[in-house]
Design a protein around this ligand. Structure first.
Ligand code: GLU
Length: 423
């Protein structure tokens, strides 16, 4: 049987504990979550039927601060996947340098099959079910796959009603009109471009004029394309499930976003070369930087030989498989895969800034918030790059940037646990 996501995460954790020279106990401690909550969510459907949904909230570790991580609505999600994702959040938040532990929630449902009323009932029902174990100082959920600011608005409303007063900081990534921040909508794509820019300036002699290919044109992909262009790079390829567009002269990103949002299909973009039905063109075109911004497992041992980019910046979670990553680093001209836990942390870092605003009932303007987010991303990028270069010089085997990111992530949470007397 293929390795599960949890098994894969545990293997990476074990390797990081070994590579960083931490005591084995760290692995023993972090391989299990602190607490798992399994809930039942009854929903009266529009046709009068009663449907029972199953949901989870996994609280993995809170050595660094309240548990923090999104809620996923997905028909195939399992408790085991949720456990892997919660461990991933402990490491992502630790590496991000923000005062959070890790957690993750999920509901097994296909939200596309629900009416708006049913979706609202499900969201409120889940918030009620996990309410005894969350709180703005305890565990702070946010959106993840198939969840969004409207869902956060329903959940924060439900929780506030239960408490009898408004608790804005218990969920993050809320709509800007309801205690959210306008930066949150583009924070993941923006953060990935900050990482790409810092990497290009550090290793490729600059960001301006560099060519960029983007695989996936959802929220992260669109805003990555937009900020890359604003900062002087040239986006030459984009794609979604409808196909790919390639234009070596540069894609008009604002127009592509307009087309995508009006017609839902990137392939309707009126210029450049079109590849209907083929989403993978951006992976293989001649570009300096590739930003996978769709799903996991897109760069694999089977197709990695066709990838030409020197730098990969993972806006998606898990787009490069371990085998493929190894092959990339064997290539002479290859520079780095900036790993997901570093490159796509813009979302949760922005959640942190929103939570700080909420706790104080004091809000920064958009530009000030964006500058704070950029500064944190920049610091994290160079901290990881410095550690990577140091590890590379010490070891006689290939050390990836991902290895360095995991070592740093484990180090910070381990130090907190040691100081607190847990280990
Ligand atoms: N779901 C996002 C992630 O995996 C954001 C989590 C958050 O903002 O708490 O990083």
């Amino acid at each position: 049987m293929a390795e599960s996501y949890l098994e894969w995460m545990l293997k990476v954790l074990k390797e990081a504990v070994e590579l960083g020279g931490f005591p084995e106990e760290v692995y023993k401690y972090l391989s299990k979550p602190d607490r798992i909550l399994i809930v039942k969510i009854p929903v009266r459907m529009d046709d009068g039927r009663l449907e029972i949904f199953e949901g989870y909230r996994v609280q993995h570790n809170n050595a660094l601060g309240p548990y923090k991580g999104g809620i996923r609505f997905h028909p195939e999600v399992t408790l085991e996947t949720d456990m892997a994702l919660a461990l991933g959040m402990t490491l992502k938040n630790s590496l991000a340098g923000i005062p959070y532990g890790g957690g993750k929630g999920a509901v097994r449902v296909d939200p596309k099959k629900l009416s708006k009323r049913e979706l609202e009932q499900l969201s409120r029902g889940y918030a009620r079910a996990i309410a005894p174990l969350i709180g703005d100082q305890i565990d702070i959920p946010a959106p993840d796959v198939n969840t969004n600011p409207q869902i956060m608005a329903w959940m924060v409303d439900e929780y506030s009603k239960l408490k009898g007063y408004n608790v804005p900081g218990v969920f993050t990534a809320k709509p800007p009109e309801l205690w959210g921040n306008p930066v949150r909508i583009y924070s993941t794509g923006f953060g990935a471009v900050v990482a790409a820019k810092e990497a290009a300036e550090r290793w490729l002699g600059g960001f301006e004029g560099k060519t960029i290919a983007i695989h996936g044109f959802g929220n992260a992909g669109q805003y990555a394309a937009l900020w890359a262009t604003k900062w002087g790079a040239k986006v030459v390829a984009i794609s979604d499930t409808s196909g790919s567009v390639y234009d070596p002269e540069g894609i008009d990103v604002e127009l592509a976003m307009k087309v995508k949002n009006e017609t839902r299909k990137v392939i309707n973009y009126p210029k450049g070369q079109k590849f209907p039905g083929d989403s993978d063109v951006p992976l293989y075109v001649d570009a300096d930087i590739l930003i996978p911004a769709a799903i996991e497992n897109v760069i694999t041992a089977e197709n990695v030989d066709k990838v030409k980019a020197k730098l990969i910046v993972e806006a998606a979670n898990g787009p490069t498989t371990p085998d493929a990553e190894k092959k990339l680093y064997e290539r002479k001209d290859f520079v780095a895969v900036v790993p997901d836990i570093l490159a796509n942390a813009g979302g949760v870092i922005m959640s942190y800034l929103e939570w700080v605003e909420n706790l104080q009932w004091y809000f920064w303007d958009e530009e000030e918030t964006r500058n704070k987010l950029a500064a944190i991303m920049k610091r994290n990028f160079h901290r990881t790059a410095d550690r990577w270069e140091k590890l590379k010089s010490e070891k006689d085997f290939i050390v990836t940037m991902r290895d360095a990111a995991f070592v740093l992530a484990v180090e910070r949470v381990y130090t907190a646990m040691k100081l607190r007397g847990w280990l």
